[in-house]
Design a protein around this ligand. Structure first.
Ligand code: PLP
Length: 398
């Protein structure tokens, strides 16, 4: 049927730009620093195979049956215990298992946003969150970021404008996607002070918090939350597997109850099989050693990429040095388009994500995001050398 009567809210929506680029660069000899994917060799294949074999041999009907929307109780209990390490103290009814933290953003938007409500976002921020908020016909208020995370004056300005319409602050405070930057502890305290004073709800999206390449413990924003105003989203995607689609929300019981209503409509509950696999992995004490292993591997890759960028990139380019997570954020000279640069890079079989789509209200045309987790050491070397050559030539021509 042509001219299908789609809802108005989809009129100005396009698909996820990153997914489109990833399709475009899916060629066997392409070196991609594009997607935010874990490395396939970082998946705990042997352990998961063993767990699955045991689950299969002891299978009873419960795993095939519908189950509770809140999630598998032993996994929620494990999280109550595990999250203490991040300074988060919660009870069972404050934890909801979701199908990836992405679903947590969606359920929160569903529960909180009326048409034209405002979400305060970092500039830049996670592209898919922007898309979700747009689907609920929300608008954005922008707060700038600096080396220590969201800028307090900028956040205050956003909070003071349109106070009636400001509904949520969405933050990725730790090893942010796309910039790799982390909010300092002092900044976290200042943010929470504002959150309390302005009586607003914060979404703390934290899929990367465990991928810390330093010895410094970083407390979650949620650890400073005495008033139940932070909705914390966690995920097993980057530390076990994204394909299992298991994440979690930690929030006040009142908020969890509302999110559960939304989840019942969306998918009833997260896959029993996935939840049991994740729980067995955690129960057997495999999670921490596995995180340690991938932290070492990803830190090595981060260091390699930084080393080759220093070696091969022209001096006019600046970039962040992320203390964790999966991304390096680079800035070309003002007026240089990273979308145009990508076209040249693709010809040389190397790819990255142009940064402009991470900005809620335009800008960032001269920025780019580089993922260092997915490529091999050799690909990082060859890819960054190629990209360095492409950029140098591109800047000469400009
Ligand atoms: C900031 C951020 N939030 C959420 C997600 C979604 O993760 P999940 O696989 O847990 O849905 C990602 C994935 O890349 C992300 O970067």
């Amino acid at each position: 049927m042509s001219n299908a009567p789609f809802a108005d809210r989809l009129k100005n929506m396009s698909g996820n730009v990153i997914r489109e680029i990833l399709k475009l660069i899916q060629q066997p000899d392409m070196i991609s620093f594009g997607g935010g994917m874990p490395s396939a060799d970082a998946f705990p294949m042997a352990e998961v195979k063993e767990i699955m074999a045991e689950i299969t041999s002891t299978l009873d009907t419960s795993i095939l049956q519908y189950s509770s929307s809140e999630g598998y109780v032993p996994l929620r209990e494990f999280l109550c215990h595990w999250l203490k390490k991040k300074g988060i103290n919660v009870t069972l009814d404050e934890v909801l298992i979701i199908s990836g933290s992405q679903q947590g953003i969606d359920l929160t938007a569903k529960a909180f946003l009326n048409v034209s409500d405002k979400v305060i976002v970092e500039n830049p921020t996670y592209l898919a969150a922007l898309q979700i908020f747009k689907t609920y016909e929300a608008q954005f208020a922008i707060a700038q970021v600096d080396e220590e995370g969201i800028n307090i004056n900028s956040l205050k300005e956003a909070l003071e404008k349109d106070t009636d319409r400001n509904k949520l602050i969405y933050l990725v405070p730790t090893f942010q996607n796309p910039t790799g930057l982390t909010m300092s502890k002092e900044r976290r305290q200042q943010v929470m002070e504002l959150v309390k004073n302005y009586d607003i709800t914060v979404v703390e999206d934290d899929p990367y918090g465990s991928l810390n390449y330093t010895d410094e413990e970083i407390p979650a924003l949620k650890a400073f939350d005495k008033t139940g105003q932070v909705i914390y989203l966690g995920s097993f995607s980057k530390i076990i597997s994204p394909g299992l689609r298991v994440g979690y929300v930690v929030a006040s019981k009142e908020i969890i109850n509302k999110l559960v209503i939304g989840k019942q409509a969306t998918d009833v509950h997260t896959s029993n099989l996935s939840q049991v696999i994740v729980y067995e992995f955690c129960k057997r004490g495999l999670l921490e050693p596995h995180i340690d292993k991938i932290r070492v591997a990803y830190k090595e890759k981060r260091d390699l990429m930084l080393k080759y960028m220093t070696e091969y990139f022209p001096k006019e380019i600046n970039w962040t040095i992320p203390a964790g997570g999966l991304f390096i954020w680079a800035e070309l000279p003002a007026g240089v388009s990273s979308v145009d640069l990508l076209k040249e890079a693709i010809k040389e079989k190397v790819a990255f994500i142009p940064g402009n789509s991470f900005f809620a209200s335009g800008g960032g045309e001269n920025t780019m995001r580089l993922n260092f987790s997915n490529a091999s050491h050799e690909e990082i070397k060859v890819g960054i050398e190629k990209l360095g050559r492409v950029v140098s030539k591109f800047l000469e021509v400009k």
